[in-house]
Write a protein that binds this ligand. Structure first.
Ligand SMILES: Nc1ccn([C@@H]2O[C@H](COP(=O)(O)OP(=O)(O)OP(=O)(O)O)[C@@H](O)[C@H]2O)c(=O)n1
Ligand SMILES: C[C@](O)(CO)[C@H](O)COP(=O)(O)O
Length: 394
């Protein structure tokens, strides 16, 4: 059976041609970067590359990137290898840059156009999809976010700024880009703009010629990079650490493990009360925040730590973790010894560690194993412990 290719060809022909203008001709002065912010590195790539790649992946072409005069080399480097990208030089204001870009696109005769700030790199396929879908039914579409804080007008008072009239946040939205339009209409709107002042964005230009602007849900990730703080790397959401410790078993010592005293013929000797499990846990917590190890904080040579309870070390590690902006996600401790049997003490150990750290016992696991009578633990010469922790950013 032969395939009817004519209707498929017609459908392809009927698909709207969607172009983009990505404005990247500003100076980005407030960002305080060595380069204009749109070419500075952010999360491993130049800022402008993030959204241009997202547009190219969504099948948008051509993508006209509007750049500052003399920035061709920078732009070529930042956008190398992305299909459908072209450059043109922008104007003194954002609005002039958009207008210049729209005029240049005339030769491509696009049906629709997305106008986007290069300074908003967090452009997801979801946002592009929502905007383009809504444009099938609308004259223009913009992504917006609700306002969560209460709002008030700013006024100059006699001795500094004072609160003016409150504003109803329910009636207001924060406006983002990309903003989507039918190409001929937004070009006409820009050509007709007659106010001496620039519009805040292209939706305002479109509204000025009477176009209705539809709203779709924006994305917090589309935040406009503006200040130097936007370029500072944020702390990782999760950090992990491991710890390991060994102490010798001797007669005549008390045996402390995970903060509880266990009746046994032998006890551990060494630093402090020689609670090998707490020492491993402290090292794991310190390791996770890059804060050295237990010996650096509590030198074994310092007599003030002789015989003290290891609880103090754990409290200290917990405070350092909190000061670094993290909390304990979970801790997993394994104690390696032939005897005593630790199963009967497991829940008490978890509860005590949780109490010292002021966390839910559910986030602490205590396990025990033997080494099948092999090695120093197998011969009951000592007890070893290892710990792994996961810290979560608060
Ligand atoms: N003459 C201009 C001014 C701005 N933009 C672009 O418009 C977007 C939004 O502008 P903004 O983030 O405020 O950037 P700048 O104006 O460059 O920032 P600043 O005010 O800190 O200098 C940016 O992608 C910017 O590159 C532009 O193409 N042409
Ligand atoms: C277009 C815009 O990103 C919408 O929020 C914003 O208005 C651009 O602001 P700028 O100060 O002109 O860069």
């Amino acid at each position: 059976m032969s395939q009817d290719t004519s209707s498929a060809a017609e459908n392809i022909g009927a698909l709207p041609r969607i172009a983009a203008v990505v404005v990247a001709a500003g100076q980005g002065l407030r960002a305080g970067q060595p380069l204009p912010k749109q070419f500075a590195m952010w999360r491993g790539k130049p800022v402008v590359r993030h959204s241009v790649e997202a547009l190219a992946k969504a099948g948008v072409a051509p993508i006209l990137v509007v750049i500052p005069e003399g920035a061709e080399e920078l732009a070529n480097g930042a956008l190398a290898g992305i299909a459908g990208v072209r450059f043109t030089v922008g104007g003194e204001t954002r609005q002039q840059s958009v207008r210049l870009g729209l005029e240049v696109l005339g030769a491509d005769e696009p049906d629709r156009v997305l106008i986007h700030d290069a300074a908003r790199p967090g452009l997801s396929p979801g946002v592009i999809g929502r905007i383009l879908e809504a444009l099938d039914l609308s004259k223009a579409v913009i992504p917006v976010l609700s306002v969560v804080d209460s709002l008030a007008h700013y006024e100059d008072g006699a001795s500094g700024p004072v609160m003016g009239a409150p504003a109803r946040r329910e009636a207001l939205r924060r406006v983002q880009t990309p903003q989507a339009f039918h190409y001929a209409e937004i070009l006409e709107a820009h050509r007709k703009w007659s106010s001496p002042a620039d519009a805040g964005d292209d939706a305002q230009v479109a509204q000025a010629i009477g176009l209705e602007i539809a709203l779709v849900e924006g994305d917090e990730a589309l935040h406009k990079l503006t200040f130097a703080s936007d370029f500072q790397p944020s702390a990782p959401p999760v950090r992990v650490g491991t710890g390991y410790d060994v102490h010798r078993l001797v007669e005549g010592e008390e045996l402390w493990l995970c903060g509880i005293r266990i009746e046994h013929s032998h006890g551990l000797s060494g630093h402090s009360d020689a609670d090998v499990a707490i020492h491993a846990l402290v090292d794991a917590m310190l390791g996770a925040i890059g804060a050295g190890d237990i010996g650096q904080h509590f030198p074994p040579s310092d007599p003030q730590w002789r015989g003290v309870s290891s609880d103090r070390f754990l409290i200290h590690a917990g405070n350092l973790v909190a000061n670094a902006g993290y909390c304990l996600g979970n801790a997993d401790i394994t104690i390696i010894c032939e005897s005593p049997r630790l199963g009967p003490h497991r829940e008490a150990m978890r509860a005590r560690l949780a109490e010292i750290l002021n966390v839910d016992p559910a986030v602490i696991a205590v396990k025990a194993t033997t080494t099948e009578k092999l090695g120093f633990t197998g011969r009951s010469e000592g007890i070893a412990a290892q710990a792994a922790v996961c810290l979560c950013r608060m």
